[in-house]
Design a binder for this molecule. Structure first.
Ligand code: ZN
Length: 382
């Protein structure tokens, strides 16, 4: 029987993912697939994204990047459903704002959302994964109909949630790498981070980059990801569009209190390019008033590095400093005040502050099984 042209194209794999009214483009990268499309919000300001799961690829986790391309507008994630319409999680409409499971419920121009989020979330089945998103107007006051949203989905077929690999780029700015003593101290801190992740079953590979690799790194003034000049972070993450976490090393973080050790772009963070995809770390804040790294400060810097990357992988602080907001995990205690929290959670990697006295800092490298379950599900861990 003679097949029609469209059947021939589909059978030959030329056309990929013709779904609904919008098409999806597919690209293979490393062991992952990247699907891209765009959509428009309906009259109620929301739209259900129907991600086609390739039949020849057992998708275990997906990291989405939703970008609202309208000037000043933002996008948030409302809910996740399986192919048969079973609601897997209600997020925006059902979330306890004091125990947020993902930062994707907060509207942002570039919104990164990972599924599954943690142990206990349903496996990704077959057919389609349905994610309802909403657009918010530039004033932030109302939902926005007719907003164009770009969608990128990074698909993994890594069903083993007990081990994985993570690529990290460490970007040295403004020639900092020429300071041999600093280079040695940072290398020691990187080893500390690698050890912390190894204990969680994640093998971290760090690639160093300098302005010799990328002229963007000649610039020494960097604000937090998502702040300051957005072009810097967007350009950097685009120039290293390699499914690696970008860490930018600076003397001091522009636009914040000098005591800020580091910051991550979002929870979870972008491994796909955006103006908030990355981590910034201050060598000055981490090396103390004398600007020389002691052994303790190298340890602190290594844990700061691991902490900020932890945010990128989807981890919240187990408790915030107001002691009234917590992560959404069941195995980090919901402590209520500083002394108890420091005793119960102070040694956790994601505790919100370093705990130092005049002589030493408390080691902060503990990760609970619940936290590890989040990290292992991050789409950038392959
Ligand atoms: Zn933090």
């Amino acid at each position: 029987m003679k097949r029609s042209l469209i059947q021939t194209l589909v059978a030959g794999g030329v056309l990929v993912g013709l779904v609904g009214c919008g098409g999806w483009d597919t690209e293979s990268k490393y062991t992952q697939r990247i699907l891209t499309s765009s959509t428009t919000t309906g009259t109620d300001g929301t739209v259900k994204v129907r991600l086609p799961l390739p039949s020849d690829f057992a998708t275990s986790k997906v990291l989405f990047r939703f970008t609202n391309v309208e000037e000043g507008q933002t996008v948030f994630v409302d809910s996740v459903e399986s192919d048969d319409g079973t609601v897997l999680r209600r997020l925006f409409s059902d979330v306890d704002v004091n125990e947020m499971p993902t930062g994707a419920v907060s509207a942002q121009r570039d919104n990164h959302f990972n599924w599954p989020i943690q142990d206990g979330d349903a496996d990704i089945g077959s057919g389609k994964l349905l994610v309802t998103i909403g657009a918010v107007t530039a004033t932030g006051a109302t939902l926005s109909s007719g907003s164009e949203i770009d969608i990128t989905a990074l698909l993994n077929n890594d069903p083993d949630f007990s081990s994985g690999d993570l690529q990290v780029y460490l970007h040295w700015t403004a020639g900092m790498e020429e300071d041999a003593a600093l280079k040695a101290d940072v290398d020691a801190a990187v080893e500390r981070m690698i050890d912390i992740y190894a204990a969680a079953g994640i093998t971290v590979t760090v690639t160093h980059r300098t302005q010799a690799d990328d002229p963007l790194l000649a610039e020494g003034v960097w604000s937090r990801p998502g702040f300051g000049s957005p072009e810097g972070w967007l350009a950097l993450s685009e120039s290293t569009d390699d499914l690696a976490i970008d860490i930018v090393l600076v003397d001091e973080i522009a636009g914040v209190d000098g005591a800020v050790l580091g910051a991550a772009g979002s929870i979870p963070g972008g491994i796909l390019p955006s103006n908030r995809s990355g981590v910034i770390l201050s060598t000055t804040a981490n090396s103390g008033p004398d600007l020389v790294f002691s052994a303790d400060e190298i340890d602190l810097f290594g844990t700061t590095m691991a902490h900020e990357v932890g945010h990128m992988l989807g981890l919240f602080h187990p408790v915030e400093l107001d002691f009234a907001r917590w992560d959404a995990l069941s195995d980090t205690v919901k402590c209520q005040a500083a002394p108890g929290c420091q005793g119960q959670l102070g040694d956790n990697l994601m505790y919100p502050t370093a705990l130092c006295d005049s002589t030493t800092c408390l080691a902060q490298d503990v990760l609970t099984p619940g936290q590890i379950s989040v990290m292992q599900r991050y789409g950038g861990v392959r």
